[in-house]
Write a protein that binds this ligand. Structure first.
Ligand code: TYM
Length: 332
């Protein structure tokens, strides 16, 4: 059975981009695959986090994933710091990856900004830890949004380089799974910027905890252009804000842009936005309710994470033992 791994950072609000680009596919991939889903708290501290907020956010993301349909008996749901093998293999990968490879990572450049000297070493080595997350389980399939593609290419390079250096065929080549009409959900305020947790404007994103009123208001205020909707997706090429809303509609209704446009051909945005808000609320509101219910029982959330971590450790241990043998570490 193919082994699937993916991760998400516990840094504040989950938003519709996380859901449509990743989480929804995580839920679907539970059919016919062995799945590990990880809340990557070690990645979160590559930038400063308030300890209490980090714990709260880890539990919130766990509740959101369960509410979205992650089955904690079939899949392994856990937080990264509880399985020490991630950090251990990341160190070995720090010694495999080349500086030149990391220098090309666009996410580091974006996140470090102009003050690169002041960025943490962890932020720079971030993709090596990501490769370790996946390969400590020798997972092959990784469902993510478009923005993680470059990191997964690096994970392939690291696997290949390790295998070559030690003359083994040990680590598999990671396959990114980037599917659906919303692999890159854009900001509601700017059709050329990604919807993101770190955007200063809350109007740029729909959070998974937003009320129906907030969802409707954000969609109503979403930036668009003065033209009505076209009948054909090709006509959206130069209209990024319109294309974004159409793709969101397509993803939420399990259809595609062509089908959405044939239903709304010639419609003004006012009508389309009203329908989009209804649809978004229909999908998000039940999850928000379930998430709140789950969060009321912190003991349950922590037990899920503990159980997941135990199962993850059992899968990682024999793989790490083999890595030690390959590298030449004495196991006394
Ligand atoms: P993170 O926490 O930024 O995002 C979690 C997932 O959501 C996707 N995503 C989006 N998809 C579409 N449109 C958007 N606007 C959007 N914003 C976020 C991301 O692509 C991701 O799939 N480095 C990763 C976490 C990670 C990981 C891993 C992923 C750590 N280790 C190993 C896969 C495998 C991250 O920061 O995701």
């Amino acid at each position: 059975m193919p082994r699937v791994f993916s991760g998400i950072q516990p840094t504040g609000n989950l938003h519709l981009g996380n859901y449509l680009g990743a989480i929804r596919n995580w839920v679907l991939m539970q059919q016919g695959n062995e799945c590990l889903y990880c809340i990557v708290d070690l990645h979160a501290i590559t930038v400063r986090q308030e300890p209490q907020a980090l714990s709260a956010s880890t539990r919130e993301v766990t509740a959101c994933l369960i509410a979205a349909g992650i089955d904690t008996r079939a899949s392994i749901l856990f937080n990264q710091s509880q399985v020490a093998g991630h950090a251990e293999l990341a160190w070995i990968f720090n010694c495999v990856a080349r500086l030149g490879w990391l220098n090309r990572m666009t996410q580091f450049k974006e996140k470090a900004g102009k003050d690169r000297e002041n960025a943490s070493v962890g932020l720079y080595a971030y993709p090596n830890l990501m490769a370790a997350d996946i390969l400590v389980y020798r997972a092959t399939h990784v469902p993510v949004g478009e923005d993680q593609k470059q990191h997964l290419e690096l994970a392939r390079d690291i696997a290949q380089s390790f295998n070559h250096q030690y003359g083994v065929e040990f680590f598999p080549l990671v396959e990114p799974v980037i599917t659906g009409p919303a692999t890159r959900v854009m900001s509601l305020r700017d059709g050329t910027a990604k919807m993101s947790k770190s955007d200063a404007s809350d109007y740029s994103r729909i959070n998974m905890t937003d009320s129906p009123d907030a969802i409707a208001q954000k969609i109503r205020k979403a930036r668009t252009d003065p033209h009505p909707l076209p009948g054909d997706p090709a006509a959206l090429a130069e209209r990024p804000e319109a294309a974004n809303l159409v793709n969101i509609y397509a993803a939420l209704s399990n259809s595609d842009a062509a089908a959405v446009l044939s239903a709304f051909d010639g419609a003004p945005f006012s009508r389309f936005k009203e329908k989009l808000a209804e649809l978004a609320t229909q999908v998000i509101a039940p999850m928000t309710g379930e998430m709140r219910r789950l969060l009321a029982d912190q003991g349950y959330i922590d037990a899920v994470l503990r159980d997941g971590a135990g199962r993850a450790r059992s899968l990682a241990e024999p793989i790490l033992r083999e890595v030690h043998r390959i590298v030449g570490f004495v196991q006394g």
